[in-house]
Design a protein around this ligand. Structure first.
Ligand code: 13P
Length: 252
């Protein structure tokens, strides 16, 4: 059976004092959880603090992005090996904010995915369509191309060492969650797209849903057969909310 995973994406939020409080709460509360992996993806400068405060806990952590390059003359870029040095197990790649605000295309995302994997990180590959794409009936075309770019570059077996997050852009930070049925349909599409190449990899792949997940709607989403957890933005900054979402993802 596929495991469950809930990852918090802090985005560009946090400060040393607030992080310390939040991490303390998470550390204590996560100790009581079973059957779900809880991950914190924080801004780069705070990974050192996270390593100090979460070491030896049941929580793991990761970067929100990673360079597609190794060490060298790439001003501003943070390599996968650097993330590893700070204890990261995961790196988010291809978040829609990276794609739309920072101009990352499918080829760059595929390169970042490969760099993370090569350094021993588990990439959390984000895919998802805009509202306009959904309304014009292009969801499968857009999400399919996002998945295919990675499969073509890294091989389908690489998805066996990764996590996919379906995050419809129209649901991110808008309070407008996809219905469980909409999310399930997209997740089933993603799984079938991958199954066409490798049924075992597809069956074992964790596919997370992201976009306005809250404690109040998490259980309905996680009850769907192809939803294996969540990628959480705003609600990940509130300890009780994040922990309630992790709890809702536990397998009973
Ligand atoms: P919100 O949960 O704030 O909608 O953000 C979702 C997200 O983008 C997680 O990566």
């Amino acid at each position: 059976m596929r495991g469950r995973l809930v990852a918090g994406n802090w985005k560009s939020n946090g400060d040393l004092a607030a992080n310390q409080l939040l991490l303390g709460h998470l550390r204590a509360a996560a100790a009581g959880l079973q059957g779900v992996d809880c991950v914190v993806c924080a801004p780069y400068p705070y990974l050192f603090q996270i390593q100090q405060l979460l070491a030896g806990s049941t929580l793991t952590w990761g970067g929100q992005d990673v360079s597609q390059f190794g060490a060298g003359a790439y001003t501003g870029a943070v390599t996968a090996a650097m993330l590893r040095e700070f204890g990261c197990r995961y790196a988010i790649v291809g978040h829609s904010e990276r794609r739309s605000i920072f101009g990352e295309n499918n080829a760059m995302v595929a390169a970042k995915f490969g760099a993370a994997l090569q350094a021993g990180l588990t990439p959390i590959l984000c895919v998802g369509e805009t509202l306009q794409e959904r309304e014009s009936g292009a969801m499968e075309q857009v999400v399919g191309a996002q998945i295919d770019a990675v499969v073509t570059a890294a091989g389908v077996a690489a998805l066996g060492k990764a996590v996919v997050a379906y995050e419809p852009v129209w649901a991110i930070g808008t309070g407008k969650t996809a219905t469980p049925e909409q999310a399930q349909a997209a997740h089933a599409f993603i799984r079938s797209r991958i199954a066409a190449q490798d049924a075992v990899v597809a069956a074992e792949l964790k596919i997370l849903y992201g976009g306005s997940v809250k404690a109040a709607n998490a259980a309905q989403l996680f009850a769907m057969p192809d939803i294996d957890g969540g990628l959480i933005g705003g609600a990940a900054l509130v300890a009780e909310e994040f922990m309630a979402i992790c709890k809702a993802a536990q397998r009973h």
